[in-house]
Design a protein around this ligand. Sequence first.
Ligand SMILES: [Zn+2]
Length: 168
Amino acid sequence: MKRKNYLYVFWTALMLLGMSWTVISCGDDDEKSVGKGAQQVAELQALLLDENGRLSFDGMGDGTYKIGLLSKQDAIDLIKLYVGSGFTGQARTFALDDNKGTIDVAIGDQGVFYSVGFMVEGIPQFRLWLLDEGGNSLGVSHKCSVCGFTWISTINRCPKTGDKKYHP
Ligand SMILES: [Zn+2]
């Protein structure tokens, strides 16, 4: 009888040990999900930065960059890629999730459709002027062979590409 009791204690101890290992391994299985804000930053980085991490727009100094567009609608379509489809064309400040930053959209002065200020974690702080160059034939005009979007810039990468090979 005594020997059986020892065995009982032994097996109970083994079972408890097994249970504690189970609890620990369950904890290890938890994967850290990527936050929505981090995903927004990654999408913006793909749209705004080139493969070397530099802003893929023509710089004008003082953290201001420019891109020429053919119409106000083209400007709105481009801004929608930055702030979401909820953009209606009105001036507004958009906040990224998880305090990742803000994007403020302002109506531009003459010759500028919009002025968009980026203060986003992981992206150089800058302001992008979306210029009305519909009637200006002096700039270098590019037309995307994938989506047909036309823009005026020294940079030949379609500004709508992002990380998508076949972009909208
Ligand atoms: Zn394109």
